[in-house]
Design a binder for this molecule. Structure first.
Ligand code: TXA
Ligand code: MG
Length: 523
């Protein structure tokens, strides 16, 4: 298909209106992002939008109108809350969800009973709706999954050859999509933040909630209030990692990185290749530049990008919502202590990996030695252990570690009892020692719930036979005893599933190289 490039002249808009009237697809500018429009009441035309974008068919579209009263035939009822928002804001970067009327085809509403309606501020958009004589269903005019288009060139890049026409109306004013608020369920709830902020909506409606999926991801088994939330979004080809933290901490962190890019704010002192998206104090400038910056990153060939996180207030919430999705929720929080968790099964060679990390300049905290100190003569923990495991585990004030191990590792239940006593105190002491770039070497990291305090977790594993040999040689115990210890631990699959990286140390591994590669991978 030959995609026609049109301008914003009356003649071109009339031509575009005809295309839509006849069931065709036209990309057009709005004040938020470019939309890919079709007649919202024409099921066949709407289906071709999904095809051109590669969009899943259960992700509903926003219906765009030219005048406030055009909403009436589209919905069952314009509720008082809806009326209040329309009077206050329309035309605006604001989308309202209400129960739909019969004229909305299932293809437009993604099979839902509700419909999303918006009256754009952009003059060209409204002129096009008028020229086509029908409400226009329009998602953002990008290939599904890619950043939304904020310039005509972005649409040309994604949609050339797939749609009838593109109207070039210059750069979009806001650069992030409209705020989506549902009025169809109980308390008005923001499903997607945009330039009309929570504060602005609350001033009209009173209490407004924010869907939990806005700032955090959705659990695998959760159903989405807004289907669009469950899909991969705004993702450039590069891997993006969102870095939270003040300017100086961010600069210090990214300037140590090799083979990486940064996405930062104007004025950040970054020595590695980088692009900026607006200035730190101006969330509107961030919104306007973010998607273009994400697209340009791919043009530079960047593979890994550390992006400085914006604040989450006002329009910042919309920017944060988009960038955390672009990062697929991968976040490094430099405001928290920087702790890497190092764990793995007994005999996997985790201690050796810890030594390598020490030689690379990390502050490695050994939870076993913290644990040993915790159970030294005179410790208040000893009487608690005696109550649980028998008075005879302490002789002359000293803990008989072998006897405690024998009893504590005799069953899962006994191991749990030991953990309940020791873990909270060990965690507290380890965290107190974490200064700068730290690693906590903890065989029982997951059992203790310590992963919650770690920015990343690395697990070390080795084949069972290798581990057995190592334990027998190291601790001088029988094969049976070694097996008992191995079996009291979490299975290998657990470590694999719950860690950010797994380092296999089977004896033939170049551990130093593997550690460096693992660090590169997780950070
Ligand atoms: O700024 C914008 O809103 C742009 C311009 C072109 O107007 N459009 C846009 O559309 O961003 P789209 O399709 O990319 O995003 C619409 C979002 C999706 O997340 C979709 O799931 C949600 O709105 N949505 C649409 N109808 C809905 C409904 N009935 N219930 C819940 N969510 C709905
Ligand atoms: Mg979109």
């Amino acid at each position: 298909m030959n995609t026609k490039l049109l301008t914003t002249t009356k003649k071109d808009i009339a031509e575009a209106g005809e295309i839509i009237k006849n069931g065709g697809l036209v990309a057009f500018p709005t004040e938020t992002v470019y939309g890919l429009g079709a007649n919202a009441l024409d099921e066949k035309a709407v289906k071709s939008i999904y095809a051109a974008k590669g969009r899943p068919s259960d992700n509903p579209l926003i219906v765009h109108i030219a005048e406030k009263e055009d909403i009436v035939p589209l919905v069952k009822e314009v509720t008082p809350a809806a009326k209040a928002l329309i009077d206050e804001f329309f035309p605006a970067p604001l989308t309202i969800i209400l129960e739909k009327s019969e004229i909305i085809p299932d293809a437009t509403s993604g099979g839902l009973d509700t419909v999303a309606v918006r009256m754009p501020k952009n003059e060209t958009a409204r002129a096009l709706i008028k020229a086509s004589g029908c409400p226009i269903a329009a998602p953002s005019a990008n290939t599904s999954g890619l950043p939304s288009p904020t310039k005509a060139q972005h649409v040309i890049d994604d949609m050339s050859g797939k749609i009838d026409a593109i109207i070039d109306g210059g750069d979009c004013d806001y650069g992030v999509e409209s705020t989506v608020i549902t009025l169809a369920t109980g308390v008005p709830t923001i499903l997607r933040p945009g330039a009309v902020t929570k504060e602005m909506l609350e001033a009209v409606l009173g209490r407004v909630e924010i869907s939990p999926a806005v700032l955090s991801g959705m659990a695998e088994n959760e159903t989405a209030a807004s289907p669009g939330m469950k899909y991969k979004h705004y993702s450039p080809k590069a891997e993006i990692i969102l870095v939270e933290g003040k300017k100086e901490r961010f600069e210090e962190f990214v300037n140590t990185k090799k083979n990486a890019f940064a996405l930062c704010f104007e004025g950040d002192c970054v020595n590695i290749p980088h692009l900026t998206y607006g200035s730190e104090s101006d969330d509107l400038s961030q919104a306007k530049e973010l998607f273009d910056a994400l697209r340009r990153l791919d043009e530079t060939g960047a593979k890994k990008v550390y992006a400085r996180a914006p604040h989450k207030n006002g329009v910042g919430m919309a920017v944060y919502n988009r960038i955390i999705r672009a990062a697929a929720f991968k976040v490094i929080d430099l405001n928290k202590p920087f702790i890497l968790g190092l764990t793995g099964q007994t005999g996997a060679g985790k201690g050796y990996v810890g030594e390598m990390l020490t030689s690379l300049g990390y502050n490695v905290i050994d939870s076993d030695s913290v644990s040993r100190k915790l159970t030294e003569k005179g410790s208040p923990v000893l009487p608690v252990l005696q109550t649980e495991f028998g008075g005879d585990i302490v002789k002359n004030g000293e803990l008989d570690r072998a006897l405690l191990a024998k009893r504590a590792f005799s069953s899962r239940e006994r191991t749990d009892a030991l953990n309940r006593i020791l873990h909270p105190a060990i965690i507290e002491r380890c965290k107190a020692q974490a200064k700068g770039l730290s690693v906590i070497d903890a065989p029982q990291l997951f059992e203790a719930g310590l992963e919650k305090d770690c920015c990343r977790v690395i697990a070390v594993t080795a084949p069972k036979e290798t581990r057995l040999k190592r334990i027998i040689a190291r601790d001088g115990i029988t094969k049976e005893k070694a097996l008992l210890r191995i079996n009291a631990q979490l299975p290998e699959e657990y470590y694999i599933k719950n860690s950010d990286a797994v380092l296999i140390n089977d004896g033939s591994t170049d551990v130093k190289k593997a550690v460096e590669e693992t660090l590169e991978k997780v950070l």
